[in-house]
Design a protein around this ligand. Structure first.
Ligand code: OGA
Ligand code: NI
Length: 196
């Protein structure tokens, strides 16, 4: 069952990569090829009911450091919120639909043409809530670098080249993923390269 789910999600990932490449004018194969051999992590989230939801955070505000997250909200309870238009807004579950979330790594691959999305999960008093997050990660040693055509003549590269291995190690050793992970990571990279 799990094997079947992963296989279907991998195919879905590659189709989404085609659409993202087309939307940026760099062709349908570019990201598809890049992510052809990528890695995946599945996380099952369980949020029990909480008598005083205002005192707890559920999953605190963060952007996902990965390339892409495909989230399945399993039941009809709301809980996922995104920060947009200056406020937190619920993303109610739609039966049969996934939420596709751009992560920090994909944002860097597009030099911020696509932005990673600030989100959180809140809990409620009455019922538990479950979700399945399918995280898409580049192969560990592949260089993350925005395609040349995404850097306009007057733009500069906003991120140094890095690998998922480096960003993963940073999120695991230095800090929990939050809303400043990628900014802190870029700072950390520039400090470590100037110390060399
Ligand atoms: C996550 C996440 C949201 C949710 O797992 O990174 O943001 O609704 N989950 O469970
Ligand atoms: Ni998340």
């Amino acid at each position: 069952m799990y094997e079947k789910y992963s296989e279907a999600m991998k195919n879905l990932t590659l189709s989404i990569m085609e659409l993202l490449g087309l939307s940026l004018g760099i062709g349908k194969d570019y990201y598809r090829d890049f992510f052809q051999d990528c890695d995946y992590i599945t996380r099952c989230n369980y949020y029990p009911p909480c008598p005083q939801p205002e005192l707890t955070q559920g999953t605190g505000p963060h952007t996902d450091p990965v390339a892409l997250t495909i989230l399945h909200q399993q039941d009809k309870e709301e809980g996922l919120e995104i920060f947009t238009g200056g406020k937190w807004q619920s993303v109610p579950p739609v039966p049969g639909a996934f939420v596709v979330n751009i992560g920090d790594t994909f944002m860097a691959m597009t030099n911020d043409m696509y932005k990673s999305c600030l989100h959180r999960a809140v809990v409620n008093q009455h019922s538990s809530r479950q979700s399945i997050a399918f995280f898409v990660l580049p192969r560990r040693n592949k260089v993350i670098r925005a395609h040349d055509s995404l850097i306009g003549p007057n733009d500069k590269r906003l991120y140094p080249d890095f690998t998922w291995s480096q960003l993963e190690a940073f999120t695991q050793k230095c800090c929990r993923a939050d809303d400043k992970t990628i900014k802190n990571f870029v700072q950390f990279l520039s400090e470590s390269s100037s110390a060399e």
